[in-house]
Design a binder for this molecule. Structure first.
Ligand code: HEM
Length: 316
C-alpha cells in the first residue's frame, strides 16, 4: 500500500518490517498537559512530513492514552472501557502493570523512517513527558517471532479487521477508536532452544516449519493457541496483533513486544487471564515458562479526527 493512503491513527495499517514502541509518562503540572494537547494536533502533519520522503515506506503512527492520563489531559467524556491495566496471574507468572500515560506505535518498512518520526514526535513533546520504555522491533525471517514460530497467522483479515478492532455504535463519541494493550516479554532462549521441536510445537499449538495448527487430539489444552482462542455467543473473537521481536544478542536479551488492538479491552484481558491464571485455573500457557512479562499497559487510541479535536479540549 502506498504511504499516501495511510492516515494518522491507522490501527489497521499493514504489518511492516520495522517498528518503534515508546511508552512515556506525563510530567506534572498544567503546562505539560497543555503541551501534550497541542501536540495532538501536530501528530498527523509530522507523520505526513516524514512519510512523504519514502513513498513506499508505509510509515504510520498510532498514539494512545492511558486511563489516568485521559482524565488529566482531556477530562470527560471518556472512552467507556478505558481503565488502568489489570494484572493477572500469580507471583513468578504475572502480567504486570507498569507506568505509562502515552503510547506511540510507529511502523514502517524501514527503521530510518520510524527513527526520524520518533525523533520529531519526541522533540515536540519535550519535557512534557518522560520516556519509561522504548523498543526498536524488527521483523524476523519469514514473519517469525524470536522464538522461531511464524507470528500473526490467525490475525483477522479483510473487513473483519475493522469489525474486531474499531469501536462502533456501542460508544458513539469514540467511534473508530481502538483499545491497545502492550506487554514487553523477555525470553529464556537457552531453555526454549533446549526443547525438542515437537515439544515447542505442543507449547504453541502449531507446527514450527509449516505453521499449521496441531490436530485437536494432539494439541494440549495448555498450548498458547488453545488458551488465546476465545468465543462469545459461539463466534470466535479475534484481536489484531503486530508483535515484534527485539533484543541485544551481546547481552543475551531476546524479547517479544506484544501489541494487541481490539474494540474493547475485554477479549485481550480474557486471553491474558487464560494464559496467566489458566483455563481451568492452573492450566496456564506453557509459553510463560520461557517468557516473562516485564511491562504492561492499556491505552485508548482516538480516531484521527478525534485526536485533532482533543487538542482543543479544556479539561474541567
Ligand atoms: C510471549 C509473547 C508471545 C509470543 C512469542 C506469541 C507468539 C504467538 C505465535 C507464534 C502464535 C501462532 C501464530 C499466530 O496465529 O499468530 C500466536 C498466536 C496467538 N497469540 Fe500469541 N504470542 C505472545 C503473546 C500473546 C499474548 C500476550 C496474547 C494475548 C493477550 C496473544 C494472543 C494470541 C492470539 C489471539 C493468537 C491466535 C490464536 C489462534 O487463533 O489460533 N499472544 N502467538
Amino acid at each position: 500500500m502506498a504511504n499516501d493512503l495511510i492516515e494518522a491513527q491507522s490501527v489497521c495499517s499493514p504489518i511492516t518490517r520495522s517498528a518503534i514502541f515508546i511508552v512515556a509518562t506525563l510530567a506534572p503540572g498544567a503546562e505539560a498537559a497543555e503541551t501534550v494537547r497541542g501536540w495532538c494536533a501536530d501528530v498527523a502533519g509530522l507523520t505526513r512530513s516524514v512519510g512523504k520522503r519514502v513513498p513506499d515506506g508505509n510509515l504510520s503512527c498510532v498514539c494512545g492514552f492511558g486511563s489516568d492520563a485521559w482524565d488529566r489531559l482531556f477530562g470527560g467524556p471518556r472512552p467507556a472501557n478505558l481503565h488502568p491495566f489489570r494484572e493477572f496471574g500469580v507471583d513468578g507468572r504475572r502480567a504486570v502493570a507498569t507506568p505509562g500515560d502515552i503510547l506511540l506505535h510507529i511502523r514502517a518498512e524501514q527503521m530510518d523512517l520510524c527513527f526520524e518520526l520518533a525523533t520529531q514526535l519526541m522533540a515536540a513533546l519535550g519535557d512534557a513527558v518522560a520516556v519509561v520504555d522504548e523498543v526498536q522491533g524488527f521483523r524476523y525471517f519469514d514473519m517469525r517471532s524470536i522464538i522461531g514460530f511464524v507470528d500473526g497467522t490467525e490475525n483477522p483479515t479483510g473487513r473483519k479487521i475493522e469489525r474486531f478492532t474499531l469501536v462502533g455504535d456501542e460508544d458513539p463519541e469514540f467511534v473508530q477508536g481502538s483499545y491497545v494493550l502492550v506487554q514487553k516479554y523477555l525470553h529464556k532462549m537457552g531453555e526454549w532452544n533446549a526443547l525438542s521441536v515437537e515439544a515447542q510445537e505442543r507449547v504453541i499449538g502449531r507446527t514450527k516449519l509449516s505453521d499449521i495448527e496441531l490436530a485437536d487430539d494432539v494439541k494440549p489444552s495448555c498450548s498458547h493457541s488453545s488458551l488465546t482462542v476465545i468465543e462469545e455467543n459461539g463466534e470466535e473473537v479475534k484481536i489484531l496483533r503486530d508483535n515484534m521481536p527485539f533484543g541485544r544478542p551481546g547481552v543475551g536479551e531476546f524479547g517479544t513486544y506484544f501489541i494487541g488492538y481490539a474494540r474493547s479491552p475485554q477479549p485481550i484481558e480474557q486471553m491474558l487471564e487464560n494464559m496467566f491464571v489458566g483455563k481451568p485455573v492452573g492450566n496456564y500457557d506453557r509459553l510463560l515458562d520461557f517468557s516473562t512479562a516485564v511491562t504492561g499497559g492499556l491505552f485508548f487510541v482516538p480516531s484521527a479526527d478525534l485526536l485533532e479535536e482533543l487538542a482543543e479540549r479544556e479539561p474541567g
